[in-house]
Design a protein around this ligand. Structure first.
Ligand code: MOS
Length: 744
């Protein structure tokens, strides 16, 4: 029940959903007035820095902090020897935001090379960092498990993968593969990647009369607050987490040890404390994408139809964290096949706990699957888009659920037209301009629809009819505050300038995490529920003299800053008039979203088609992406401006995944060898061509107001599109990321 759902809404208000509205927080950011976690100013602020272990597994035998304690400006040094008791952190499967279950600084045990072993508090950042460098630890080392390749005998099955079965077998895929007319059976490898948000992980904390106040950079406000309550044994009202601005998250901004250690030392020194990790500190103590080894085997008939689809493999994980890097997810939903074998296992390694990183699973899973599909198209001498058209399923091929909506083939059609696919290079290594070999590739993008339960929103309307919508949600730069103001403006029939979306504070109604590309739909679900409660309250306030008298909540809709009868829009009263007659300055209502049950009945996924042109230097092997177009089927687009940035940003990150990003891990010591942006390469301007993004804009009939998430799908398929284009340009098939020039 809302105006937005009713296409016949009569209103003088121009609709703002679908308009390219500029970010409402843009002016604050360009003026430097947005206060990020490391910029919150507090009187008496002290600064902290961490020291890290230099072994992968063992025990701290002794830790000498005397030089650090005597260094200039130092007021406190904490190690496991003098840390207060802290309870083990709850991880996200337990409702908390912690990535690791390991107790923080509660003992001498070392679990990875880079684990924080001490924290120093000083009068300045420089003093804290200098003192941390003076800490001397001696370790007893124990044998560590560091190599996925050498430890495959230790591989274990997951109990589940984010609620999905770790293994799916439909028929006997191996024997169908063995007897197939055409076979592709390959192993693909992807490396570790590190989170490198521009904003370093940072926190400013203070204790205010027993309340822990945490100014954090987090995409999980409520889950962080819950974890901190448990760790510090505090009641819910004694922890407040604020995070109004986040300088990039991508899955890496959860609860790690640094926030907990900062809170612990702030209590000891009785001063506010700021802890900003160095870039090296982020590499040492914040996990990213883990490595994978994936087998994709396709057994096909001559016309392309799949007799067998096999996607299996291994990842590295830790024993105390849970991010399974679900690379087998795309193969469950993309292609029709007679028989399936899908399974993934993990080996517990001694490394910084890996975590979610933009399309965990799908980004690297599509590299393998979509490279293999391209290899099959080559073997069949079929256009790779035509092959995908022939493999397009009518219902979800493994769950057998109907798709809620799926426009993959339409995305291919529109993308092919805009990209000029008909003019592609047909024969590998056959198009050359000077020293540059030119090639074209495509791959499918895919990401599931998620909507989180448990979110609540509050809507306040004041006597001027202005609206404030509140929910403890997150703005990582993707446009949350803007698109939610747009959505609420249409929902309430109030001009955009008269709506404000307030977020980023755990004292607001509970939000859900900004993860799994779920936040937009999750917030909308809660705001719709709150609006229904608000309309009921407005009708109650309207009373017998109102033109709305006698109408039930289900019989009204919004228009022109007020409510009217659905069947007779002339029966209308403005919010202002209702409040005025009732003698009220404000009306407000709060409600939780209905349980998201849609994804249990339908197979709900966004999809897309990634088109790429590369130039490979015939002499040096250097690879340049020269053109890129992403064509997406991602439900209704609320804001084309912020959506284009999200999708384009995903593709930029995908160029990094394809061509440069790789955390170099020394398998002898467990040490990350390239813990800086000088040696860990991410795409810069020179690496990124103009990127075109288009979308079908077909609402998903099963999601609230037709939206699906768009934060992650942009990166999916990019690795394979580039690998497929490199094959087409140079005739070299690279099955191991990143695709560096030595491999071409
Ligand atoms: Mo995303 S990896 O769920 O921020």
């Amino acid at each position: 029940m809302s105006a937005v759902r009713n296409p016949k809404q009569q209103s003088e208000m121009p609709r703002v959903v679908g308009q390219p509205i500029a970010r409402v927080d843009g002016p604050l950011k360009v003026r430097g007035q947005a206060r990020f976690a490391a910029e919150v100013d507090l009187p008496g602020l002290a600064y902290a820095a961490l020291a890290y272990s230099s072994i992968a597994k063992g025990r701290i035998v002794s830790i000498d902090t005397s030089a650090a304690r005597q260094a200039a400006g130092v007021m406190f040094v904490m190690t496991h020897e003098n840390a207060p008791k802290l309870n083990p952190p709850p991880i996200f499967t337990e409702g908390g935001a912690a990535v690791s279950r390991l107790p923080i600084m509660q003992g001498a045990d070392v679990h990875w090379n880079g684990q924080p072993i001490a924290i120093v508090v000083a009068e300045s950042q420089e003093q804290a960092e200098h003192a941390a460098s003076l800490i001397q630890a001696r370790f007893d080392t124990e044998p560590a498990v560091l190599s996925l390749d050498k430890s495959r005998a230790r591989a274990k099955a997951h109990e589940h993968i984010l609620g999905e079965p770790p293994k799916i077998e439909i028929g006997d895929a191996e024997s169908a593969l063995a007897s197939a007319e055409v076979r592709v059976d390959r192993v693909y490898r992807t490396p570790r990647q590190n989170h490198n948000a521009i904003e370093l992980h940072a926190v400013t904390v203070h204790w205010e009369e027993g309340t822990l106040v945490v100014h954090d950079s987090t995409q999980m406000i409520n889950m962080s607050a819950l974890a901190l309550q448990r760790i510090f044994d505090l009641p819910p009202d004694k922890v407040r987490v604020k995070s109004p601005f986040i300088g990039g998250g991508f899955g890496g901004k959860g609860l790690w040890s640094y926030q907990v250690l900062a809170a612990a030392v702030a209590r000891e020194v009785q001063r506010p404390v700021r802890l900003v990790l160095s870039r090296e500190g982020v590499f040492r103590s914040i996990g990213g994408r883990t490595l994978t080894e994936q087998r994709v085997a396709l057994g096909a008939r001559k016309d392309g139809a799949l007799a067998a689809l096999i996607h299996t493999g291994l990842t590295g994980m830790t024993s105390h964290s849970y991010c399974p890097e679900q690379f087998t997810f795309p193969a469950r939903h993309l292609y029709q096949a007679d028989r399936f074998k899908i399974a993934q296992e993990y080996v517990a390694l001694h490394m910084v706990p890996n975590t979610f990183m933009r399309a965990p699973g799908e980004s690297v899973g599509t590299f393998a699957l979509e490279s293999a599909i391209d290899e099959l198209a080559v073997a069949l001498q079929l256009d790779p888009i035509e092959l995908r058209r022939r493999l397009e399923p009518k219902v979800d091929p493994t769950s057998r659920h109907p798709f809620s909506q799926r426009g993959l083939i339409e995305a291919y059609r529109r993308g092919a037209e805009k990209f000029g696919w008909h003019d592609r290079n047909l024969e590998p290594r056959s198009r050359r301009e000077g020293d540059w070999l030119i090639g074209h590739g495509v791959a499918t993008a895919t990401y599931p629809y998620y909507r989180q339960p448990g979110g609540a929103a509050r809507i306040r309307l004041n006597a001027e009819g202005h609206a404030i919508v509140q929910m403890a949600s997150h703005e990582m730069g993707m446009g949350t505050a803007t698109v939610q103001a747009q959505f609420a403006a249409d929902l309430l029939a109030v001009p955009l300038e008269e709506v404000k979306f307030e977020y980023g504070d755990s004292t607001q109604p509970a939000g859900t995490m900004a993860g799994g590309s779920s936040q937009t739909a999750s917030i909308i679900g809660a705001v719709v529920a709150a609006s229904e409660a608000l309309f009921a309250e407005l009708l109650r306030l309207a009373g017998p003299q109102s033109p709305l008298a006698g109408l039930e909540p289900g019989e009204v809709m919004t228009r022109d800053r007020g409510l009217c009868a659905r069947r007779d829009p002339g029966r209308f009263e403005s919010y202002r008039a209702i409040l005025k007659r009732a003698g009220r300055q404000e009306v407000s209502a709060e409600a939780s979203s209905a349980e998201p049950v849609e994804a249990q009945k339908y197979s709900m996924h966004s999809t897309g088609a990634q088109f790429c042109e590369v130039r490979v230097n015939a002499i040096t092997g250097e690879i340049r992406v020269s053109r890129f177009l992403g064509s997406f089927d991602v439900g209704r687009i609320v804001n084309p401006k912020t959506a284009a940035s999200q999708l384009r940003g995903g593709i930029v990150m995908g160029i990094g995944l394809a061509l440069m990003e790789e955390t170099l891990f020394d398998e002898r010591t467990g040490r990350i060898m390239n813990a800086s942006l000088a040696e860990y390469h991410v795409p810069v301007h020179m690496d990124v061509p103009a990127i075109d993004v288009i979308w079908n804009d077909i609402p998903d009939p099963q999601s609230p107001h037709g939206v699906r998430g768009i934060g992650e799908i942009g990166i999916t398929g990019v690795g394979a599109a580039i690998a497929n284009a490199v094959y087409n340009a140079a005739g070299v098939r690279v099955r191991e990321l990143p695709i560096t020039l030595d491999k071409t």
